[in-house]
Design a binder for this molecule. Structure first.
Ligand SMILES: [Zn+2]
Length: 189
């Protein structure tokens, strides 16, 4: 359960960010542009100089699909380290999720500092995770965009492609926001 007004705040952030980036209010929002706009670096584990070979092997390992992205503080600057083995659509949502934590201003529940004090990894609590998931979905697929997609009858795989997201995320957002119902009501008027 979110705090009152949280969901509409997310929609507003989605619109504001597009304005700041001179994008249409229902246009796709590439996470790379948001990161750039916020001055946050986007790295793969290869860019983490202090990381041991063992840790790198784990993060990049053939088997390892388990981690998505983490935000690190490095020399007073934030950077998001993402899993380069994931698909483009998955990486977009991984990165947007981390950006959402930053945008909301979440204070990490735990900071794990590397042995040489060079890196600090953050972990978040459940409420913060839920908020980041919701904001990330709203940023990638805001209500206005979902309404346009459904109203225009665009094939969902094509729309997912256009927005750089997975079909699963698009279908989830269409259902959870009940935009089809909103359109039916609008048409009846
Ligand atoms: Zn998170």
């Amino acid at each position: 359960v979110f705090e009152r007004g949280f969901k509409s705040w997310c929609e507003n952030v989605a619109i504001e960010l597009r304005k700041e980036l001179k994008l249409d209010s229902a246009a796709p929002l590439p996470p790379t542009r948001v990161a750039d706009h916020l001055g946050i670096g986007l790295w793969t584990p290869h860019d983490l100089e202090g990381l041991s070979r063992d840790a790198l092997a784990v993060l990049l390992g053939e088997e390892n699909d388990s981690w998505s992205a983490i935000t690190v503080a490095h020399s007073g600057r934030k950077a998001i380290v993402y899993n380069p083995r994931h698909s483009a659509a998955r990486r977009a949502s991984d990165v947007m999720h981390e950006l959402a934590h930053v945008i909301i201003g979440h204070q990490p529940e735990r900071m794990i500092v590397s042995s040489n004090n060079d890196f600090a990894l953050r972990t978040y609590d459940k409420k913060q995770e839920d908020e980041a998931i919701w904001l990330s979905g709203s940023l990638l697929l805001p209500r206005g965009a979902l309404l346009e997609i459904v109203e225009a009858g665009v094939a969902l795989p094509a729309a997912a492609n256009q927005f750089g997201v997975s079909l699963d995320l698009l279908e989830y957002r269409i259902n959870i926001t009940a935009v089809r119902l909103q359109l039916r009501r609008r048409r009846r008027r």
